[in-house]
Design a protein around this ligand. Structure first.
Ligand code: ATP
Ligand code: MG
Length: 268
């Protein structure tokens, strides 16, 4: 016999909304979770939470937009997806240029327009636009970019939702200066900078959060080598290095890990 519980189970587990929230998709951008490796992460999350409440509560600003910018591999995409999920808004949408590969400028603009129109239909919406520069087809040689997409994004980022509706826009980019030159950075209510990991303590913190990375003995050695050291590495790159070290099972893996940390991040 089919009863209410079965329907509820299906709603929770099997039925994916045709538009709006697809939590699995968001989760896929946070494949390795969010490790709070230091105060820079807490600051970004605090700012995110602040902007979420501003979207919900403020009568004066039905449209709140934030730009998360930082170096390549610093965790921009994951943090944007994480903040969107934190909002728990009924309409969540993740836009990436990857799903628009091969689209003409026109169809890209139409797709973006559709996403924002759908967002305007829900009382509370959050739209993530990942890697702004890739929508613009920006190329440093030339330099060239799509002016059509640029103008469309500018308008969409400015358009307030209809009365009674709220919209939070979270965009990411590794090219803040270019967005500034194109006049797009100015569209945002707040620009949040994401930093690379810069101290040995931060690295040790990440290591301590990852199960079975190094043995107790190896960690002792790492603590000694990394204390008071300066590094410069994005969380994504660091997680890669840890994964490589984890695969290797020999006595040189600590030395190799430290060497590769130095190679990418210039440990001093
Ligand atoms: P790219 O420059 O290629 O766009 P990115 O800056 O967008 O890279 P992500 O793709 O977000 O980087 O990769 C970050 C990875 O690190 C994700 O797998 C995420 O789960 C993991 N991660 C762990 N802790 C954090 C954190 N504090 N902030 C961001 N990402 C984190
Ligand atoms: Mg990214």
């Amino acid at each position: 016999k089919i009863c209410r519980a079965d329907f509820m189970h299906a709603f929770e587990n099997d039925i994916k909304p045709a538009f709006g929230v697809s939590k699995d998709e968001f989760d896929s951008y946070i494949a390795n979770g969010i490790i709070i490796w230091g105060s820079p992460v807490t600051e970004v999350l605090d700012e995110g939470n602040l902007r979420i409440s501003q979207t919900i509560k403020s009568e004066m600003t039905p449209l709140v937009s934030i730009l998360i910018e930082g170096p390549p591999n610093s965790g921009k995409t994951a943090l944007a997806a994480h903040i969107a999920l934190l909002s728990k808004f009924p309409y969540l949408k993740f836009c990436t240029a990857q799903t628009m590969l091969g689209y003409t400028e026109m169809s890209k603009c139409q797709q973006l327009k559709k996403i924002f129109e759908d967002a305007h239909k829900s009382t509370l919406s959050c739209v993530v636009v990942d890697e702004l520069e890739s929508f613009l087809e920006y190329a440093p040689v030339g330099p060239r970019y799509s002016n059509t997409v640029l103008q469309t994004l500018k308008l969409l980022f400015k358009r307030s939702p209809p009365k009674g509706r709220k919209l939070l826009i979270i965009a990411t980019s590794a090219y803040r200066d270019i967005l500034e030159q194109l006049g797009l950075a100015q569209s945002f209510s707040k620009i949040i900078h994401i930093s690379n990991i810069s101290t040995g303590e931060h690295v040790l913190h990440v290591l301590s959060e990852i199960e079975h990375s190094f043995s107790v003995e190896e960690m002792k050695h790492l603590k000694k080598s990394l204390a008071n050291k300066q590094v410069w590495i994005g969380i994504k790159t660091l997680l890669d290095l840890i994964e490589v070290a984890r695969q290797a099972d020999d006595k040189y893996r600590v030395a190799r890990f430290l060497a590769s940390l130095e190679e990418v991040g210039g440990t001093v």
